[in-house]
Structures are given as C-alpha cells and as structure tokens.
Design a protein around this ligand. Structure first.
Ligand SMILES: Cc1cc2nc3c(=O)[nH]c(=O)nc-3n(C[C@H](O)[C@H](O)[C@H](O)COP(=O)(O)OP(=O)(O)OC[C@H]3O[C@@H](n4cnc5c(N)ncnc54)[C@H](O)[C@@H]3O)c2cc1C
Length: 469
C-alpha cells in the first residue's frame, strides 16, 4: 500500500496492526449520522454518539487512513486549555471558559481510563506539563494567569524555584518555570488507530481511502465519494485543515501554519545520564513555543509551531513532507541539552495547524442546514481538546440541549481574519517580527519597538502571551 510521507508515530502504529484492512466506499448507502474525517474529532464524535444512542447507524468516511492528518503526527503532548484561560474568558465569558479549562483537564484521565479499559496501548504517561522561562523577559510569566485561575478556583499551576525547574527539565537553559501535574504525553497515532478499531468494534462503519468530493446541503443530505455515496439525516464535518476548502464560509476563520518536529534515534543511556525518564511535556514561553518530551523507548522529540504559512489556507504538499527547519530544530534541541550534540535525528516532519483568531476552537452548524455541524480550529492544542470536541459535536448532532450546545463555543467562528492576500502577508510580517523579537530576547537584548508592536497583534489574535504583565 502507498503511504504519504508520515510521522514515525503513524508508521509505528500501522506496523502494530497485523491485519490492516482498508474498506473503500464503493456503494450507495444510507445512515443516521455520517461523519467526514477520521482523526480524533471524527472518531471521538462517532464513539460518543454510539455510546449515547446505540441504535443509530453511523458511517465515518476518511480520505486516506484514519489518523493520517494531524491526529497521527502531532507531538502527543497533552496540554489542557488552562494556559489560554484569560484569552478564552475575554471572548466567551467566565462560565464557558471555566468549562473548557476543566473539561480539557478532565480529558487527561478520561483518555487514560478509556485507553486502559479498551486495551489501547497509547503509552500514556501523565507526568505533567512544565513551561519554563529561557530569558529574563519570560520570568514570572504566569503570575497574572495564576491569579485569574485562582480567583475561579481552577488553578493547577505552581511556580517552581530555578533549581526545581532545572531538576525537572534537566536543562540549565531554564531560569524560572511553572508546573502543572495535569497533562503529559502519549503516542498520538496509536491512540487514533485504537479509536478507529474500537469504533468499528462498536458497529460504526468506517471507509478509508474514500475522499468526499461533494455534499449537498439541502434537506436530503447526500455525500459523494468517487465510487460511492451516503444519504444521511445528520452530517458531521471533522476535517480540520481541509475545512476552509470544503466550507468556504469558514475560509477566513483560520491561518494555516505548520508545526514542525524532529525525533532522535533511541538514546536510553544518554537520557538516563541526563535523568530524563518520564512523560513530562516541557515547553518554553515563546509565542512560537518549543515543545519537547521523551518517549518510553528512549527517544526525544522537539517541535515548534509557526513556520510554513500557506496562501489561501490550502493544505500544501510541503505539509506532508520533512520539516524545512530541521537544522534549526536540532540546534534548539542542543541549546536545551548540550550533551545531545551528537544525537542523530532520524526523522523530521510537519503538518498544518489551524490557528483561529481567538486561539481556541469553535463549533457550528452549516448556515443553510442545521443538520450539518462542524468543529474547527484547535489551534495547535487538540490532543485533549478533541476529546471535548467529540462530546460537543455528538451533542450537536443529537440535538441535545446542554451546557455545550448552549455555550458560545457553538456559535461558529467568533472572529475572522482579513481576506487574502492581506491574511497571508500580515501573517508573514507578524511571524518574522516574532522571530526577531524572540531571537533578541534569547540574547538578553530588549527587542525593537516595532517587533514588539507586531508581536502584540499575534497576542491579540489568540496566541498566548507568556510575558510578564
Ligand atoms: C505537527 C503537529 C504537531 C501537533 N502537536 C500537538 C501536540 O503536541 N499537542 C496537541 O494538543 N495538539 C497538537 N497538534 C494539534 C492536534 O494534532 C490537532 O488539533 C488534532 O489532531 C486535530 O484532530 P482532528 O480530528 O480535528 O483533525 P485531523 O486529525 O487532521 O483529521 C481530519 C481528517 O479529515 C480527513 N479529511 C480531510 N478532507 C477529507 C475529505 N474530503 N474526505 C474524507 N476525509 C477527509 C483527513 O484525511 C484527516 O484524517 C499538532 C498538530 C500538528 C500538525
């Protein structure tokens, strides 16, 4: 079978499937609920609908293999939405923001329990999350956030001494930092392939290698692939980065930008010498955050968002290839861990990450047909949030009146970007300003005034500001 360039997680997960059978859609079928997209969002939605209404007939259609999108190639870093609390609150209000923080935090345990009950060996290690300051500008970065989270009794973060931060991260690059026990890491592709298998075992029909080429938004909903079709009562779109092309009314709701990653060869001894032996997720406080963690078999990964920006939000070919900043990422890794200078990078890859103007996802109904719902815009923070997304979309598809369907998260995009070419040009200018600013800060220099002003625009469009307030 042909595979695209894929992440090592996805290749590893497929290798573990002894009998990889691909079911293509080449019939004309009917069902109650049809879901397009076989990533975390589509699969959690399917599983939750089946849990709530076992009698419903559900079909899920995936253009490649389930997990071949972001869900099978992400960093596997479980990071709740608590760090975005202030930004979310300012847009949707306190109650909705609290709900999102608490639900994404609870998702750590839900996913862990779910995997253990269903024998999905997704290598879950809930050893927490640490954001560290690598320069004086980021010292004390979470004080205002923690004060706001405390005010609502939802704070899980604590500031650590420099010694403790360095002891946890094993990196002397960090001079300050904040730790939360709620989070950790997992093997992302094993999770998504495990969800696929479980969904099938629960009676959900899954078709892969079956691109949906059109749908009609009239009363009788009808979805077409090259060789088949599905008529359904309810349609759920869970196609992530491909949404702007499929639903043009959402084309201005995101900026598609790559997240790039590297992974080393297994280096058990080196990591043992360093003392890095758990699933802790380690991030710096840059706007384009470096994220890093080890794997149970002794590799280390490092990633960074904010590199390739696509014009017109197209899913361009380079998103399916190696990272164009592999050397830069290796340099970053060595800057955190100088002893890994000789570590061999076995693979680099990237993928499209959809950044909304608010910095958090939205859910909505098709403007012409309420029986069609969608989720979009996890903004680089989907491993836990997609679990919540599945709960939300299942509620929407089943017409449940609950705290999610009544929330501001289900009102579609709450803010839009300008049209092209201004979106792409603006994003490029701001990205480059952020790069210059962060590079100056790393050198201990006060960034230039205009770079700081341009970076502030990124903050106002939902990037988390980890600078002292
Ligand atoms: C490189 C990278 C690293 C990341 N790291 C992290 C991380 O460490 N932690 C974190 O929380 N988040 C991370 N994210 C974000 C996270 O991976 C995503 O938010 C999440 O996986 C989104 O899941 P999804 O199901 O919505 O989308 P996807 O997993 O992208 O699934 C969408 C699916 O729809 C299918 N599809 C598209 N069009 C069609 C069509 N026409 N017909 C049929 N099927 C179609 C696609 O093939 C795809 O499988 C990262 C993202 C990337 C790209």
């Amino acid at each position: 079978m042909d595979f695209h360039y894929q992440s090592p997680w996805f290749i590893e997960a497929l290798e573990k499937e002894k009998d990889l059978k691909v079911n293509e859609l080449n019939l004309n079928l009917n069902c109650d609920v049809c879901i397009i997209g076989g990533g975390y969002t589509g699969l959690w939605t399917a599983i939750k609908i089946k849990e709530k209404k076992p009698q419903l007939n559900i079909i899920l259609i995936e253009k490649d293999l389930c997990g071949s999108g972001a869900s099978g190639r992400n960093g596997g870093c479980m990071i709740p939405q608590s760090t975005k609390f202030q930004g979310i609150r300012d847009v949707v209000g306190i109650e909705d923001a609290k709900k999102m923080v608490l639900s994404t935090e609870a998702a750590v345990k839900h996913i862990k329990d779910f995997c253990s009950e269903n024998k999905i060996n997704a290598e879950i290690r809930d050893d927490g999350v640490l954001y560290g300051a690598t320069n004086i500008f980021h010292q004390g970065a979470f004080e205002s956030l923690i004060s706001d989270l405390n005010e609502h009794n939802i704070n899980s973060w604590e500031r650590l001494s420099k010694e403790k931060v360095q002891n946890l991260t094993k990196s002397s690059k960090f001079i300050d930092g904040y730790f939360s026990q709620t989070g950790g890491s997992l093997q992302p592709a094993v999770l998504v392939r495990g969800l696929k298998k479980l969904a099938e075992n629960n009676g959900i029909k899954i078709f892969e290698k079956s691109t949906v080429i059109s749908y009609n938004d009239k009363k009788e909903i009808y979805v077409k692939t090259k060789n088949g079709s599905v008529s359904c009562e309810k349609l759920v779109l869970a196609i992530n980065a491909w949404t702007p092309n499929f639903l043009p009314f959402l084309s201005r709701s995101v900026v598609l930008v790559s997240s790039d990653m590297i992974i080393t060869e297994p280096m058990q001894n080196e990591l043992k010498n360093l003392g890095l032996n758990n699933g802790l997720v380690i991030l710096d406080c840059n706007l384009f955050t470096h994220y890093s963690r080890t794997t149970p078999d002794g590799k280390i990964i490092l990633g960074k968002g904010g590199n390739t920006l696509s014009f017109r939000n197209k899913v361009i070919n380079s998103f399916d290839g190696p990272s164009t900043i592999e050397k830069f990422l290796k340099k970053s890794l060595v800057s955190f861990y100088p002893s890994l200078k000789k570590a061999k990078i076995t693979t680099s890859w990237n993928g499209p990450s959809e950044r909304t103007k608010t910095g958090f996802p939205f859910f909505g109904y098709h403007p012409k047909n309420k029986n069609i719902s969608y989720a979009f815009g996890y903004s680089g923070n989907g491993v836990l949030t997609c679990h919540v997304g599945g709960e939300i979309l299942s509620s929407m598809a089943l017409e449940e009146q609950n705290e999610w369907t009544k929330s501001n998260f289900c009102k579609g995009p709450l803010k839009m970007f300008p049209p092209e070419p201004f979106r792409w040009l603006g994003a490029m200018i701001i990205r480059n300003a952020i790069r210059r600013k962060e590079s100056d800060q790393e050198e201990g220099k006060d960034p230039k005034w205009f770079d700081k002003q341009l970076a502030k625009i990124a903050v106002s469009v939902g990037r988390v500001d980890f600078e002292k307030k």
